[in-house]
Design a protein around this ligand. Structure first.
Ligand SMILES: Cc1ncc(COP(=O)(O)O)c(C=O)c1O
Length: 399
């Protein structure tokens, strides 16, 4: 008779920095929601921030053609020259500042620009100011590289636009980077042109870099899109983050870009060489079609999101304990839930488990998100109405 010995699992010794890395809760909630669906429950998905539309046909065709034509090999780390050229032209037009192809780095999604900017610019002893509530990857990456994460609170009474006086009070000699995001995730807040001029004034002639996350720039319902890079003296100190995920419903293709001074672009390209080698080349060919081709699908999506935003905000404002401002951009709503008397995380969990509505706790976006939930409106009007109905029924039973 043979005896089998089962080896005890060996200890996993992670590098210390891994304890400082955060996450994006949306993906975890999606996994929980899918597990509930497996048990036979019906869930309305309002947790993930991606357009529910498919990538426009002309872009898909360009990607397929590129595959057929053999765009299946490595390309340059900074991106295909044609795409960098197209992006430079497009960004010059939309921002009103002249950019050239050597100022563009194409990466797999908007996220890597956050990752690489922090790796390239911030380290222990530096401070990085970031919006809170805000996209959770900012805080995660600042901590990961060992810099100090300094939150600038976004408050509802200011329509979730940062208070420039408060920002000025947070800037000091250690401030290395300031992160701006407008239109904003998760609040839908939009900075005004005059806010952005005031921010540039607050920075003055300090050698601070601004990471301007403009990924929702084309999803604007009110106000105007204005980039800090257009202010005299700021172009060299701005890294524009933008991409294809939200504008062209291309989240799964993984393609975004940063626009920055050429000397920094060379370093960000080096980070690409060391991590991804390059963005998929057939994806980049599709990107050229996205930028240069018909833009009507983008405008159609914007109008749809606006309609859905109106439906959801009107509906949620009629539910006991919820109140919600009209977001001016992006496809998120950020209702205040303090009148329910429930903490955000507990309420988000209960709505998922008991009402079958997947949303996110405001605290998934930082400590200043307590008192709020985030619901994405990138879903059909029918599903949004269904979610409102379920939330209302739940509140009638539980509040
Ligand atoms: C504010 C913000 N920046 C960047 C990204 C990253 O987008 P991508 O999927 O292109 O990496 C997101 C995605 O949700 C976002 O909300």
């Amino acid at each position: 008779m043979s005896t089998m010995t089962v080896a005890a699992p060996s200890q996993l010794h992670l590098a210390r920095r891994m304890s400082r890395l955060g996450t994006e809760t949306a993906f975890e909630v999606l996994v929980r929601a899918r597990a509930l669906e497996k048990q036979g429950k019906k869930i309305v998905h309002l947790e993930i921030g991606e357009p529910d539309f498919d990538t426009p046909r002309n872009i898909v065709d360009a990607g397929v053609d590129a595959l057929q034509m053999g765009y299946t090999h490595y390309g340059p780390s900074a991106g295909l020259p044609d795409l960098r050229e197209a992006i430079a032209e497009d960004v010059s037009k939309s921002r009103g500042v002249h950019f050239t192809a050597d100022e563009v780095v194409v990466v797999p999604g908007g996220k890597p620009i956050i990752f690489y900017t922090m790796l390239a610019l911030a380290e222990a002893g530096d401070e990085v100011i970031y919006p809170n509530p805000g996209f959770p990857i900012y805080e995660s990456m600042i901590n990961f590289v060992g810099a100090k994460a300094v939150p600038i609170p976004l408050r509802e009474e200011r329509d979730f636009r940062l208070d420039v006086n408060e920002l000025a009070s947070l800037i000091n000699d250690r401030t290395k980077v300031i992160i701006l995001n407008s239109p904003q995730n998760p609040t839908g807040g939009v900075l005004t042109k005059s806010d952005i001029f005031d921010i540039a004034d607050a920075i003055g002639d300090r050698e601070i870099m601004v990471l301007s996350d403009e990924i929702y720039g084309r999803l604007l319902f009110e106000g105007e899109q204005f980039s800090i890079s257009a202010i005299e003296g700021m172009k060299d100190r701005t890294i524009i983050l933008d991409g294809f995920s939200k504008t062209y419903a291309m989240t799964g293709w993984r393609m975004g870009y940063g626009v920055m001074r050429p000397d920094l672009a060379a370093h960000i390209s080096r980070l690409m060489t060391n991590s991804n080698s390059c963005t998929a080349t057939f994806t980049q060919k599709a990107g050229i079609e996205a930028i240069r081709g018909d833009q009507s699908a983008t405008e159609h999506m914007r109008l749809e999101f606006e309609k859905r935003r109106n439906v959801f905000v009107n509906g949620i404002n009629q539910i006991k304990g919820f109140s919600c401002r009209l977001p001016k951009g992006a496809f998120y709503t950020f209702p205040n839930i303090t009148q329910t008397g429930w903490p955000s995380k507990k309420l988000a969990d209960a709505l998922l488990d008991e009402a079958g509505v997947a949303g996110l706790s405001g605290t998934a976006f930082g400590s200043f998100g307590e008192g709020y939930l985030r619901f994405s409106v990138a879903n059909s009007v029918e599903n949004l109405e269904n979610a409102l109905d379920r939330i209302e029924q739940w509140t009638k039973k539980n509040l």
